[in-house]
Write a protein that binds this ligand. Structure first.
Ligand code: HEM
Length: 247
């Protein structure tokens, strides 16, 4: 029997893998998500408070639409502040979508074929973030065509474009929600928004590095309260139009 041969040659050294740091680090992407998410949260809360003016009557609601456009006049031109807000929201949206997609792709690649088995409400809202985000994006496109630009078929046939910004805001809103399918879509979108906010606000708390158990509990309750109030406040409006409380 021949003696076992000893390997004399060493296996070739693996080629050095030079990994360049990604252009946008995960930390930067998370900070952008948290910052832009906070901008959106502030916007939806303020927007909901403005929307609730519909319960004060036609005049209050139309005055509010007009006031939005004449803010800081004559220092700013007509709709000046509104346009600043639109640009801030548009830039935030692009950054939020871009960083969200980036983090989602990296997390998927890092996780490989392994998926978390436990399915609580938190895992559910976390896992559905990309889907709820896309639904919200579709809602936003529909919503702007419906109530801001008055573009068919999203807008109702009764949309008054001429005086939409001054004396027809209330009328246009009621004409839109008088369509049950559109109201149902708004209700669905508000539920999706609630779910997205619930996890989004929880992520902001984590990104800020809140670690104390008590502080995390308080933050979870605060985030849930904001998400719940935004859902209830907004969802009440199409329901109020459908049952005739707002007409
Ligand atoms: C039932 C819930 C909602 C109602 C009743 C509502 C109502 C309105 C109305 C009446 C306008 C037109 C305002 C004007 O031109 O003076 C408007 C515009 C807008 N809404 Fe909403 N909204 C709702 C939910 C949302 C949500 C959840 C978002 C964000 C995710 C949103 C984002 C916007 C944006 C971006 C505009 C356009 C503002 C502009 O460029 O003039 N809305 N909404």
């Amino acid at each position: 029997m021949s003696a076992p041969t000893r390997a004399t040659a060493r296996p070739p050294a693996p080629a050095a893998v030079i990994r360049r740091p990604p252009r946008v680090s995960n930390v930067t992407a998370r900070v952008v998500m948290a910052g832009t998410g906070t901008v959106f949260t502030l916007f939806v809360v303020v927007h909901m408070v403005g929307n609730l003016k519909v319960y004060l009557g036609r005049e209050h609601f139309d005055d509010y639409a007009h006031w939005l456009r004449t803010l800081l006049e004559p220092l700013m031109p007509y709709e000046g502040v509104l346009w600043v807000l639109r640009v801030v929201l548009a830039v935030s949206l692009v950054a939020h979508l871009g960083c969200g997609a980036l983090l989602w792709r990296r997390a998927r690649r890092a996780r490989g074929p392994f998926r978390r088995r436990r399915l609580g409400w938190r895992t559910f809202s976390a896992r559905t973030m990309p889907v709820t985000g896309i639904v919200l994006l579709l809602f936003l496109v529909f919503h702007v065509l419906d109530l801001t630009t008055g573009t068919a078929p999203a807008a109702s046939s009764g949309y008054d474009r001429e005086t939409a910004a001054t004396s027809a805001a209330y009328e246009n809103l009621v004409a839109s929600f008088d369509r049950p399918a559109v109201s149902a879509f708004y209700l669905l979108a508000m539920a999706v928004l609630g779910l997205h906010l619930l996890h989004g606000l929880w992520s902001v708390v984590n990104d800020l590095g809140v670690t104390g158990q008590r502080s995390r509990q308080v933050a979870a309750v605060a985030g849930g309260t904001v998400a719940g109030l935004v859902f209830l406040g907004n969802a009440s409006i199409p329901v109020a139009v459908l049952v005739g409380v707002v007409s």
